[in-house]
Design a protein around this ligand. Structure first.
Ligand SMILES: Nc1nc2c(ncn2[C@@H]2O[C@H](COP(=O)(O)OP(=O)(O)OP(=O)(O)O)[C@@H](O)[C@H]2O)c(=O)[nH]1
Ligand SMILES: [Mg+2]
Length: 213
């Protein structure tokens, strides 16, 4: 038997419309970026694996939510089954930064008594001259919320890998300490998917077994 992944973490992306959630995910999962992006309708799904340490593969199941208010009733139903959340704002859009607290409060209250591990993302760091949020104030907000802060750019592929990896590592560490664990009725964390890998000799034997002639 070969292990495809030891753990699966379900991660959700949160934040106002146009902050760049879908672009971040496309960069992370497909390595692509486009200046033209359609707003997400409801929820989209992405996936990618990470080798968190030698011999330990984590499958990240990534849920991309629509930032537009009119989809809120659909997106809220995905909060509860997520173990991690990226709180994304646009460094060039002050309002999106001011809304982070609301996103954090809404999600945190919605999933009680469960908890989520968050990371705060200041996105579009390539737009240096249009920046409207200082690193200091974003770091202060992160400290108040008790989360990490990373600045990313999907366009320049800056820190994208790092942001997802940091979040996955934080979840993994909490899991090793026993503070997060897979449990029935909750899809945030799952463990152990294996696949039977047939080597040439076994394959031949299997084929003979199933042959009717
Ligand atoms: N300069 C720059 N633009 C970006 C970056 N990431 C995304 N964008 C642009 O920002 C716009 C919105 O990006 P999306 O990824 O669709 O935003 P979203 O958060 O998914 O929006 P909703 O799906 O409506 O919630 C698009 O025009 C992107 O090309 C980035 O790193 N740098
Ligand atoms: Mg989107």
């Amino acid at each position: 038997m070969d292990i495809l992944w030891q753990y699966q973490f379900r991660i959700i992306l949160l934040g106002d419309s146009t902050v760049g959630k879908s672009s971040l995910l496309k960069r992370f999962t497909d390595g692509v970026y486009s200046d033209v992006a359609d707003p997400t309708v409801g929820v989209d799904f992405y996936a990618r694996s990470l080798d968190i340490e030698p011999g330990v593969k984590i499958k990240l199941q990534l849920w991309d939510t629509a930032g537009q208010e009119r989809f809120r009733s659909i997106t809220t139903s995905y909060y509860r089954n997520s173990v991690g959340g990226l709180l994304v704002f646009d460094l060039t859009n002050r309002k999106s930064f001011e809304h982070v607290r609301e996103w954090h409060r809404e999600v945190t209250e919605h999933i009680l008594p469960h908890h989520m591990v968050y990371i705060l993302i200041g996105h579009k760091s390539d737009l240096i001259r249009e920046r409207r949020v200082l690193r200091d104030e974003a770091e202060q907000l992160a400290a108040e919320l008790g989360v990490r802060y990373v600045e990313t750019s999907a366009k320049c592929n800056s820190n994208v890998e790092r942001a997802f990896e940091l979040l996955a590592r934080d979840i993994y560490e909490l899991m090793k300490m026993g503070e997060i664990s897979a449990r029935d009725g909750w899809d945030g964390v799952k463990s152990g998917l294996t696949a039977k890998v047939l080597y040439p000799a076994e394959e031949e034997a299997e084929r003979e077994k199933s042959c009717n002639c």
